[in-house]
Design a protein around this ligand. Structure first.
Ligand SMILES: NC(=O)c1ccc[n+]([C@@H]2O[C@H](COP(=O)([O-])OP(=O)(O)OC[C@H]3O[C@@H](n4cnc5c(N)ncnc54)[C@H](OP(=O)(O)O)[C@@H]3O)[C@@H](O)[C@H]2O)c1
Length: 253
């Protein structure tokens, strides 16, 4: 057996994190860099990405792009690979929740949600897989949700994409794991980010959510570090096609 202390070491790995300008993606970029990876953060807001780069230092590069633009995938792939080479790890944290009630869902809201939450993780992964396959090693981490298996008010489009992410993850594993590439998803409970501002600005609603967990509290950003590093490192080499719920036991009750 190798040294268990090196199982989570990402020295020499290159990671691409979408949604790195905010919330869980930003936290993921910081955690991956702390574990030794060189990190490329992707999002639309360049200033927020530059702030992330300033915090991490030389091991971080910023690429401003709209990952929902399918026509831009080839250019994005080139831009992401320019600084440190092709990524070994891709974390798809960019996401949107329009919170439109079923009767009020617009075509625009629906299309935007599908394009960003479901289509982008697939086509961006597809673009990076050939380089991972060549190395015989790769890690794909998608973002699922409580809404992968639970219906929430105003979540019909979002929930459909997050249920889709679970199956996309299994299908990615079926397609790519023979080449040493694992595909898994993290399913966060409720964490305080821009995405969940509407929930956390209502203390009663946030408390109701916390009460539904086994742990009795909502998530803190650092709760995701261990599960993320597990799924991005050697530690999870025989784990693929799985959704790892990091929800304080919300879905266990
Ligand atoms: N927070 C939670 O409790 C929670 C729970 C379950 C699942 N999740 C999932 O976790 C992931 C991260 O969510 P979060 O809470 O961290 O949300 P967030 O703070 O709102 O961050 C969303 C990120 O996505 C980026 N983004 C949005 N549209 C984009 C586009 N078209 N192209 C590129 N980047 C885009 C945003 O950056 P720009 O605006 O700069 O582009 C931002 O960095 C999402 O998939 C979300 O569904 C979150």
């Amino acid at each position: 057996m190798g040294d268990p202390r090196t199982l989570f070491d990402l020295t020499g790995r290159v990671a691409c994190v979408t949604g790195a300008s905010s919330g869980l993606g930003r936290r993921a970029a910081v955690a991956l860099a702390a574990a030794g990876a060189q990190v490329v953060g992707v999002a639309r807001r360049l200033e927020a990405l530059e702030d992330l780069s300033a915090e991490i230092g030389d091991n971080c590069a910023a690429v401003a792009a709209d990952v929902a633009n399918r026509d831009g995938i080839a250019a994005l792939q080139a831009a992401v690979s320019a600084r440190f080479g092709a990524p070994d790890i891709i974390v798809h944290a960019a996401g949107v929740n329009t919170r439109q009630a079923a009767d009020d869902v617009t075509a625009e809201g629906w299309d935007q949600t599908i394009a960003l939450n479901l289509t982008a993780p697939f086509f961006l992964s597809q673009a990076f897989v050939p380089a991972m396959r060549e190395k015989g090693w790769g890690r794909i981490v998608n973002f699922a949700s409580l809404q992968t298996t639970r219906a929430f008010p105003g979540g019909i489009a979002y929930g459909a994409t997050k249920a889709g992410i679970a199956q996309l993850t299994r299908a990615m594993a079926e397609a790519w794991s023979p080449d040493g590439i694992t595909a898994n998803a993290i399913g966060p409970g409720l964490f305080p980010t821009e995405l969940t501002q509407a929930v956390f600005s209502d203390p009663d609603r946030a408390a109701r959510n916390a009460a539904q967990t086994c742990a009795g509290r909502n998530g803190a950003l650092q709760d995701l570090d261990g599960p993320l590093l597990f799924l991005c490192s050697e530690a999870s080499s025989y784990v693929t096609g799985q959704v790892l719920m990091v929800d304080g036991g919300f879905t266990a009750k």
